[in-house]
Design a protein around this ligand. Structure first.
Ligand code: AHM
Ligand code: MG
Length: 364
């Protein structure tokens, strides 16, 4: 039967399929900007027709928190001036440091969704158990509220990173341990980067999509649909001040890139904010590395709320992420604030790194 048949249209709408209705609206209104809220809802509707909308509701809590933090980051210089004059603002309230503000914004926006069972943040020692009943609190959200916050004072990009897990009640006596799931079990991951513009980049396991905050309407607008990381790049990103204590295979690898022996002239870029360094790597290709160092023998970055979400985004965009030995997403965490080495980037550069690591292993 034709899709214009009124009875068939009615049946579809009764079944919750409003495609015809949306088409009528689009024909009448012309092409419109797609907001993050619309995109999230559409993705859920088309992939999980039985979905209740709860997950979209949860994600909208994250976009709201992102907007609140973006607004505060924009005022950061002014807040500092007021803060230095006695740490009290004009309303008589104590000034909050931005990372404390960002943490509170996320806890507030997610804590009231009604479906988040556990939240865990870089800023809190222990996970926060909101709903003990896993049927009601069926999601776990883990986040770094303001990654790279030491860069705030010098006006350099910072970001918020998040990872969403389904609550699998495996530890009834100690629900906090439900957070300790390998990255492969993430059902969504993303970040907001507060840069020259504010961008939200997220995945629910169906590609990676980027949205730019349009301050004039206060909405994230789809600007980078279905992002693919280039197969190969010409940038590497690492804190070279630590190079003397990197594992030997990393030093050899970097030396190889710099030598130009495979015909590519590499440049180095290092911001010191993981979100910003990864965002560039995602769009331009190449590699980001934070290997083990003398100071951080097990790596510096945190597995659950830095490496895991970044690794899911990288893989969804066609790139790779490892700790030098195995896929980041395969690591079984044992602690909430566990650290890991992180190497993430384009296929070509990651395969080359893998070859160097294999060559360095003792033959036996
Ligand atoms: P933070 O979460 O306390 O801000 O620390 C993590 C940051 C990452 O954003 C960045 O990749 C790394 O630390 C930079 O470390 P270093 O200054 O040692 O190069
Ligand atoms: Mg961080």
């Amino acid at each position: 039967m034709s899709s214009t048949d009124p009875a068939a249209t009615r049946d579809r709408q009764d079944a919750g399929d409003f495609t015809d209705l949306f088409k009528v609206v689009e024909d009448a209104a012309g092409p419109q900007q797609v907001t993050a809220a619309q995109h999230i809802f559409e993705q859920q509707r088309s992939r999980f027709p039985q979905a209740t909308g709860e997950f979209s509701w949860l994600l909208s809590g994250l976009t709201l928190a992102g907007k609140m933090v973006a607004a505060e980051v924009r005022r950061a210089g002014l807040v500092d001036i007021l803060g230095s004059a006695g740490q009290v603002n004009v309303q008589g309230e104590e000034q909050q440091k931005l990372d404390v503000f960002a943490n509170r914004a996320l806890l507030h926006c997610l804590g009231h969704r009604g479906n988040v069972g556990i939240m865990a943040s870089e800023e809190n020692d222990d996970p926060l158990i909101l709903l003990k009943d896993p049927e009601r609190g069926k999601y776990i959200v883990v986040f770094d509220p303001l990654d790279g916050s030491s860069n705030i004072d010098v006006n350099v990009s910072v970001g918020t990173i998040f990872s969403i897990l389904r609550r699998e009640e495996t530890n009834p006596d100690n629900p906090a341990d439900d957070v300790l799931q390998p990255g492969d079990r993430q059902i969504a991951a993303g970040y907001v980067v507060y840069g020259s513009s504010t961008m939200l980049v997220y995945t629910t396991g169906n590609g990676v999509h980027g949205f730019t905050l349009d301050p004039s309407i206060g909405a994230f607008v789809l600007s980078h649909p279905s992002i693919r990381m280039p197969e190969r790049g010409n940038l590497y990103s690492v804190n070279e001040a630590n190079a003397d204590s990197f594992p030997e295979y990393c030093r050899r690898y970097l030396h190889g890139l710099k030598s130009g022996r495979d015909g590519t002239v590499y440049s180095s870029r290092y911001i010191g904010s993981l979100v910003a360094d990864f965002h560039r790597t995602l769009l331009k290709g190449g590699i980001f590395l934070y290997p083990p160092t003398a100071q951080y023998a097990g790596g510096k970055l945190r597995l659950l709320y830095e490496a895991n979400p970044i690794a899911m985004l990288a893989e969804q965009a066609g790139g790779k992420a490892t700790d030098g030995e195995q896929r980041i997403l395969a690591i079984q965490p044992t602690e909430l604030h566990q650290r890991t080495p992180l190497m993430v980037g384009s296929h070509y550069e990651m395969d080359l790194l893998h070859e160097c690591a294999e060559l360095s292993k003792p033959r036996g």
